[in-house]
Design a protein around this ligand. Structure first.
Ligand code: PLP
Length: 396
């Protein structure tokens, strides 16, 4: 780690990244054509266990395309958790559809599936064409379960209810690459899965994403939409409005090197999680988010919970002694452009937001980094008014 600072999340680029990227430069394949893109897609689909993988410029684009291929359009509704990074809600709006915000489960912080079941039974009506929201009169077309911080949503009951109500399930697995739900990879469980390779994700291509699916038809349509809806290689003929959403060969080369390390990264992050949990275990005042019983999580992020009255001070103090920590995302249904959307029985998420702190989570953390973070966290939780006098001196 850098000298006097422990960053929240820093990529680990100590494998064959230089070698693979240099090969692209040497071969002049730097843009969206070239061998690495195909190879990266095929490695990802093998890893996930999906029939198809279509790369995209980022995870948000993957979500946008996933919604389009499942037929989500203007005036439709999509169920989205309110506790998440904002990308899935924005992707719904790019399609002209509206999110209906759902609560999070206290177990793992993902979508509360029991509330989805209740919403569909009590607030919706099934008609021949599909499911309609009685309050808004709009058709509910899809659900986006987000595997928050790498912890898988309870997918089996979700898939079951969505089958009954004919909803598409688009997994936002952007934070959970490498996490298992009942032994199966996230991103392979829904009708479509979306991945992100942004710089702070478990593996990175600088920026990038991937859409995964078992549907031949959806995969072909996704590829078409991401390449400007061009109909053939030679003539510039296009049959609908498409997008320039492709990943480049340079990015894919980086991704190939990162993917070689993914299993190690998951292993290391799980060890760090154990260490945080053990060191924080004694404390009455601090909680630590653990994986749900149905999951083996990649522990993309580590989350501690403190009293809501202390959270802001604790974050400020930790940041001023060089430990980069952050609050959890503000709930989306409270953000100005989403305040007019429906939020269904959001009772748990506000308390999670009020008390949560994301802790440093880089693969490169040392045991002493973790001990230092935990000591500081304990110190500022027990003595919130203590002044920060000096930054730490690295002893490693
Ligand atoms: C990172 C992330 C995305 C996608 O982000 P990009 O930066 O567009 O790759 C989508 N959803 C969630 C929950 C995320 O954390």
């Amino acid at each position: 780690m850098s000298e006097n600072r422990i960053p929240l999340s820093e990529p680990c680029l100590e494998g064959r990244e230089w070698e693979y990227v240099k090969a692209c430069l040497d071969d002049r394949w730097v843009s969206s054509a070239g061998p690495s893109v195909k190879k990266f897609e095929s490695r990802i689909k093998e890893y996930i266990g999906a029939r198809h993988a279509v790369s995209t410029v980022n995870g948000t684009a993957a979500l946008h395309v996933a919604l389009m291929v499942t037929g989500v359009g203007p005036g439709d509704e999509v169920l989205v958790p309110t506790l998440t990074f904002i990308a899935p809600a924005n992707a719904v709006r790019y399609c002209g559809a509206y999110p209906v915000f759902m609560d999070c489960s206290p177990i793992g912080l993902g979508l509360d599936v029991s509330k989805v079941v209740r919403f569909l039974h009590e607030e919706c009506e099934e008609r021949a064409e599909g499911t309609y929201n009685k309050k808004t009169g709009l058709r509910v077309k899809a659900v986006i379960p987000v595997h928050i911080f790498g912890h898988p949503v309870d997918m089996d009951p979700l898939l079951q209810i969505c089958e009954q109500f004919k909803l598409a399930v688009i997994e936002d697995a952007t934070e959970s690459l490498g996490s298992l739900y009942k032994g199966r990879q996230t991103g392979s469980l829904g009708h479509l899965g979306c991945l992100s390779f942004n710089g702070n994700k478990i593996i990175t291509t600088g920026g990038g994403g991937m859409l995964t699916t078992n549907s031949d038809e959806w995969a072909a349509r996704a590829r078409h939409l991401t390449t400007q809806a061009r109909c053939d290689e030679l003539e510039y003929q296009h049959d609908e409005i498409g997008y320039n959403y492709r990943l480049t060969n340079l990015q894919a080369a980086l991704g190939l090197a990162q993917l070689e390390r993914l299993a190690d990264f998951v292993c290391i992050k799980r060890c760090h999680a154990e260490r945080y949990r053990t060191l924080l275990g004694e404390s009455q005042d601090i909680g630590f988010l653990w994986e749900p019983p149905w999951a083996v999580s990649n522990f993309w992020f580590y989350t501690a919970f403190v009293s809501p009255t202390l959270r802001k001070t604790v974050i400020k103090n930790l940041n001023s002694c060089g430990i980069e920590v952050r609050p959890i995302w503000q709930l989306i249904h409270t953000q100005p452009m989403y305040r007019s959307c429906q939020a269904y029985r959001v009772d748990v998420a506000p308390g999670i937001y009020e008390s949560g702190i994301n802790l440093p989570c880089s693969v490169g953390l040392s045991d002493s980094d973790i001990a230092f973070v935990v000591d500081a966290l304990l110190e500022f939780t027990t003595h919130p008014h203590r002044q920060v006098v000096s930054k730490r001196v690295v002893v490693d």
